[in-house]
Design a protein around this ligand. Structure first.
Ligand SMILES: CC(C)(COP(=O)(O)OP(=O)(O)OC[C@H]1O[C@@H](n2cnc3c(N)ncnc32)[C@H](O)[C@@H]1OP(=O)(O)O)[C@@H](O)C(=O)NCCC(=O)NCCS
Length: 208
């Protein structure tokens, strides 16, 4: 079962919540409040290789992101840097900290549909719908210290047990592939997506 917090709930992972980046499941209000900062992080991160494939494609990605952030079926986690946000600050946004990373997904059939179409993939019989891990992005200044892994673990923890996970990534995205493999994801099939024929690999995580 997917668990979402109430609008003002604060859910931190094991490393929070004093100072330094905390990771927490985002409420719908968080996604509204932090929308511009989430877009800023994603805009920065997906301008990097191997993700960049031109401004038009990037604009389409950002438009999809904006749409996803208002989709009630989205489950998202945020990494917030609260170092400079003192408790005395009256402004809620400042107290909350600055978004430096995010991950989100939802129960969906997009990847399994593409796998069925392109790779003849059926999946184990009777398998429930999948949780699709849709995006993971961390500000480059915060990398290499376990925060990307914490975002992943918080999202998959909130997604609950009993469903397989699926995701798409570029085979050349070494940090992402290393992170996923280290957490039990394994490649299922190469896929080619969209009019630009982007080559990606579909990964699966077996239900726990
Ligand atoms: C992927 C990303 C979130 C990782 O963030 P990070 O905080 O640097 O990662 P962590 O420090 O938590 O490391 C997580 C794991 O990845 C592994 N890893 C990190 N960099 C790696 C590299 N260059 N090659 C192989 N593995 C790597 C680490 O060894 C670590 O493994 P462990 O948890 O088993 O010890 C970050 O690099 C990023 O935002 N990349 C660009 C966006 C992206 O690729 N998103 C994925 C879209 S599908």
């Amino acid at each position: 079962m997917v668990s979402r917090p109430a609008d003002d709930a604060t859910v931190t992972d094991a490393a929070g919540p004093s100072r330094g980046p905390v990771v927490r499941v985002a409420s719908p209000a968080d996604l509204v409040r932090h929308r511009a900062a989430i877009e800023r992080v994603c805009d920065l991160v997906f301008r990097e290789a191997p993700w960049w494939s031109g401004q038009a494609e990037h604009d389409r990605f950002l438009a999809r992101l904006r749409q996803d952030l208002t989709d009630p079926s989205i489950l998202a986690v945020l990494a917030l840097d609260v170092r400079d946000a003192g408790d005395a600050l009256a402004d809620r946004d400042a107290r909350d900290g600055e978004v430096v990373g995010m991950a989100y997904g939802r129960v969906d059939d997009y990847v399994t549909g593409a796998l069925r179409e392109q790779a003849g993939f059926q999946g184990p019989e009777g398998e429930p719908s999948a949780f699709e891990f849709m995006e993971l992005a961390l500000d480059p200044a915060y990398r290499g210290a376990g925060l990307g892994g914490r975002l992943h673990d918080a999202l998959m923890g909130a997604a609950g047990e009993g469903r397989p996970g699926y995701l798409l990534t570029r085979p050349s995205a070494a940090p992402a592939v290393g992170l996923y493999r280290g957490r039990g994801w394994y490649p299922v099939a190469p896929l080619v997506l969209g009019p630009n024929r982007v080559e990606v690999t579909a990964f699966r995580l077996d239900p726990r």
